[in-house]
Design a protein around this ligand. Structure first.
Ligand code: NDP
Ligand code: A1CAB
Length: 277
């Protein structure tokens, strides 16, 4: 399969590295471009064999599966630019949440999907969220999901939970690394521990924690019960967390959804302008 990638910024680059290093596609099967071409060239230079194209049309023409990895508001322009070269045999995937499946279908004459990756896929772990357009057969969905499983755990979601699922899967690594960073900073500022020690102990704790869940030893509540000896020290810390975090995640999901709907409104305006012109 020839895999095209338009936009090799942060996530486009990570996706290319992940696909190639997992063996989901050979370097020679990857065709990439980026508006600032030098960015894509650096990536092609790092993985000899990857084909670098200056023209977006060449990427489309030479690929079967095409990932559009630009920012949400850049989608209308990119979809308009690629549309003349897209055939019924292409599969085009958006890696971003605010662009609706319906908008992709209206813009392109092929099978479309959303495949929202997570930085965790770089380690061959974590979920990649899939939502398909209306004209996919079950066996076609299975085939592509199977391909994604070379470097992730593909998970199909309904469009209505896109934002929250993406908050968990794709933004989650940033949210929880922020909390861990605060945990380390506070350990250093409030006690005599050296930063490097706090960082090492925290990293080992979090890796151990994820292994416990991976191996199925505990659920979240059963683990808390095991560590929280009644009347002990953990309970004092948990009381602080309970007090201080009340409403925090509710506010977080409200904030991400507000931004999501803002982006969707701007996108709808842009797509309508495109249709009218
Ligand atoms: N970061 C993450 O963990 C995740 C991100 N995403 C999604 O990935 C998308 C990209 O995010 P991110 O990589 O961080 O953003 P970046 O800004 O780093 O990358 C976007 C890239 O697209 C390029 N680009 C823009 N317009 C065009 C065009 N017309 N033709 C070719 N290339 C173009 C830009 O080129 P130039 O160099 O000229 O600016 C840039 O390199 C977003 O929509 C985001 O929602 C999805 C899941 C996870
Ligand atoms: O479009 C999205 O939902 C992703 C999640 C992280 C950044 N963008």
């Amino acid at each position: 399969m020839q895999v095209g990638v338009i936009g090799t910024g942060n996530m486009g680059r990570i996706l290319v590295e992940t696909i190639v290093e997992s063996g989901a596609a050979q370097k020679e099967e990857m065709i990439i471009t980026n508006r600032t071409l030098d960015k894509a060239k650096k990536l092609a230079d790092a993985y000899p064999g990857i084909k670098l194209k200056k023209k977006i049309s060449d990427v489309v023409k030479q690929s079967n599966l095409l990932f559009v990895c630009v920012r949400p508001l850049q989608f209308p322009d990119v979809l308009q630019e690629i549309a003349p070269y897209v055939t019924r045999d292409h599969i085009v995937s958006s890696i971003t949440s605010p662009v609706e499946i319906g908008q992709l279908e209206q813009s392109l004459p092929c099978k479309v999907m959303r495949s929202i990756p997570s930085i965790t896929n770089r380690a061959g772990k974590g979920v990649l969220l899939l939502t398909y357009g209306s004209n996919w057969e079950t066996h076609e969905k299975e085939k592509i999901a199977n391909w994604f499983s070379e470097f992730s755990h593909p998970y199909e979601i309904e469009e209505k939970v896109t934002r929250v699922a993406s908050d968990i899967v794709s933004c989650g690594p940033a949210f929880f690394s922020y909390l861990l960073q605060s945990f380390i900073d506070a350990a250093v500022s409030e006690t005599e521990i050296e930063r490097k020690d706090a960082e090492y102990l925290t990293a080992e704790m979090i890796q151990g924690l994820s292994s416990l869940f991976e191996k199925g030893f505990y659920t979240l509540p059963s683990l808390q019960k095991k560590v929280h000896v009644p009347g002990g020290i953990t309970g004092e810390g948990l009381k602080v967390l309970h007090r201080q975090s009340e409403g925090m995640f509710e506010d977080l999901f409200k904030a991400t959804h507000e931004k999501y709907y803002e982006d969707k409104e701007l996108l709808a305006e842009k797509f309508t302008k495109r249709q009218d012109s």
